[in-house]
Design a protein around this ligand. Sequence first.
Ligand code: ADP
Ligand code: ZN
Ligand code: ZN
Length: 821
Amino acid sequence: MNRFADVVLPLPLYKYFTYRIPADWQQPLSPGSRVVVPFGRKKYYTAIVVRLHDVTPQGYEVKEILSLLDERPVLRRPQLQFWEWIADYYLCSVGDVYKAALPSGLKLESETTVTLNTEFEEPDDDRLKEREWMLLAALSKKPRMTVQELEKESGMHNLLPTLRLLLEREAVFVSEQIKAHYRPKTETYVRLTFAPGDEAALRHAFERVKQAKKQEVMLLSFLDLSHFMQLGKLCEVSRKSLLDRSGVSSAVLGAMVEKGLFETYKKEISRFDTATLPVGEIAPLSELQQTAYRQILDSFKEHAVTLLHGVTSSGKTEIYAHLIQRVLDGGRQVLYLVPEIALTTQLTNRLRKMFGDKLVIYHSKFSDNERVEIWNTLLNDRSPRLVLGVRSSIFLPFADLGLVIVDEEHETSYKQYDPAPRYHARNAAIVLASMHGAKTLLGTATPAIETYFNARQGKYGLVELKHRFNDVELPQIIPVDVKEMRRKNRMQGNFTPELINRMQTALQEGEQVILFQNRRGFAPMVECKQCAWVPKCEHCDVSLTYHKRYNQLTCHYCGYTYEIPKVCPACGQPTIGVMGFGTERIEEDIARLFPGVPVSRMDLDTTRSRNAYEQIIDDFSKGKNKILIGTQMITKGLDFDHVSVVGILSADQMMNFPDFRAHERAFQMMEQVSGRAGRKNRNGVVVLQTSDPSSPLIQQVMAHDYEGMYNRQLAERKAFSYPPYTRLIYVYLKHRDETLLQELAVRYTTALREVFGARVLGPDNPPVARIQSLYIRKVMLKMELAASMSRVKEILRQVYENMLVDDRFKSLLLYYDVDPL
Ligand code: ADP
Ligand code: ZN
Ligand code: ZN
């Protein structure tokens, strides 16, 4: 047996740490297994074994592993390798990736917060072990404690293995996420200790319960429920059904277990109603879809990645379904990535009907317990499955991927901004797929310029689908000049007469309307009408957003809330008022313009709770609500049958946003939201309100001219050296002390410039130059495509290390954003 193990800790450390394997350990250790190790003063963590060896580390005293948490690894090949790739590519530590990848329940540490499950009942027939009991007793004194506090309280050491058992029993929860509705994960079943045909044993059993009436009742109930006497029809009996049927207490069952008559066993019952569902047929493909399907398969022969560029409602999902079926039939797994959970809601029903219990869903509103359960499901079982999930599902322990689908691949929510790893799930998924020898299909009506560029260059395969399913026409787009309407005083709130008229007609005909209001730059603000004073967050350099519902001001960066001042702190006048408009304001306009018409709103504020998405989408699908107002969230992939009018309330802010991708984004958003109009049977219209109807971008949107947009944007990118002609890396520096930050940022940038010259830009103050009391500077690095990125990254690490000679630099927070969006 090896003497040492290198492990990864859930900390931003740039190397693996070596621990000694206790000499008396019998169990063999393997890479991917979890162990508990001490680290730092009085702290310990769940670490993951990376490799085993016999090389005694030099220069420090090697600590010993405290305990082993699993006999079997919690990771599958090639997960560690994938983590290492992410850390290397996105310039973060493997520990950062580990933190992001595993659900909290699988990475307990001394700082983990533990909560008692007040609904937990100790089963009579599966008693808590002494240590489990002691731990629960300690926890019951205070419902929430960190593991460290719990150790103090209980006087016990090395708690994690015990905690792991309690987590499995669901007697405790970890982390901030507590399930709203507790449902048991496993169910206990009861069986007799002898075989059904064994009459002698049965007679003997009745002998033994003769003196105990209640035990006899229980035995009879069991025989009844299990069909014990009817050979060949034996049913499993759950503990619960037995107790219900017999009407006898669980203590009686406990006594019978002790007597050795019954034994209990656990059966996993899934939280996700995977009870065998009828698996429906997949709709046959239309001729056009069939062609695209065949082209994709052909393309896969030559390309690891293929882009399916199909207009909105061309039936991409149906094509995915056929590809998925093919891969599942071949015995392999499929990962189907969607940008946001709003999409999983609609897709779940569609895919459930096609793939039944092969479908596994994974998204951010799941509790930690559910995530652990999904993790274990995939870990313990390598059967063909379809995983439908958001960004973080790339970290699940897939056994054998055969296909990865990235739907709406252009979506920016595939990019993780904070914290590290700042990865792009689409790009990481391509790498993951290649590690499994799988193909990747990217699908969208509006490809990211980088993706389309790759396809045009021949790096990716390209399959185009230019017609909607059933040959429904793409919606007609009607631009309306808001500047002119304002001048003529014909605006009603934020609505032009054109939009109001179209809406009226649609509603009269029993059709539905979607109104799109981009959030960015549109959140309502409070302002002094007298002197134009605007309230700002005390911790962040950003103006506050007004929330009507709570009559409060909120900072969208740190979440801090403020009361609205009665008088202006600048000029002393009582002239504070609300300006600008967000989705809330639109909702108000609607109530005035269309009294009595049922409306729902979908944005960050209305979708905080777990089921909110489902509710809003479901209500709208069923026609309960006639108008749906929303932000970006409603632009992507939703499929409604009766929407004939889409209103884009203002294209201006989207287009004028100061970013080189603003026009690409604006086009994608407008084209996508237009795509929600007139999907099934009739032609929809889109009313596009803008103050610049003649701008090339609006013309491209009107003509559904993706190519036109692409060519124009590409020319600009080339002229100004932006991606896809260059690669970007942003370096962020943060500190509480602005003067010091500025000084160090300049020194750092100078050092970078010595190596990279004019490729270094900055340091700049980003648009929001202070967040949570930390000042920020941003340095931009623009590299030519030909440059070796691994060399560039090596230099970046080197420059940073050199700076650390100056002690003040150590107090600075520095991180990278590779391929920023
Ligand atoms: P996309 O993902 O390209 O926007 P969808 O896959 O949502 O388009 O398809 C649009 C609509 O057409 C959906 O309502 C879908 O059910 C229907 N549809 C697509 N393909 C077929 C098919 N082969 N048979 C029946 N209905 C289809
Ligand atoms: Zn703030
Ligand atoms: Zn004022």
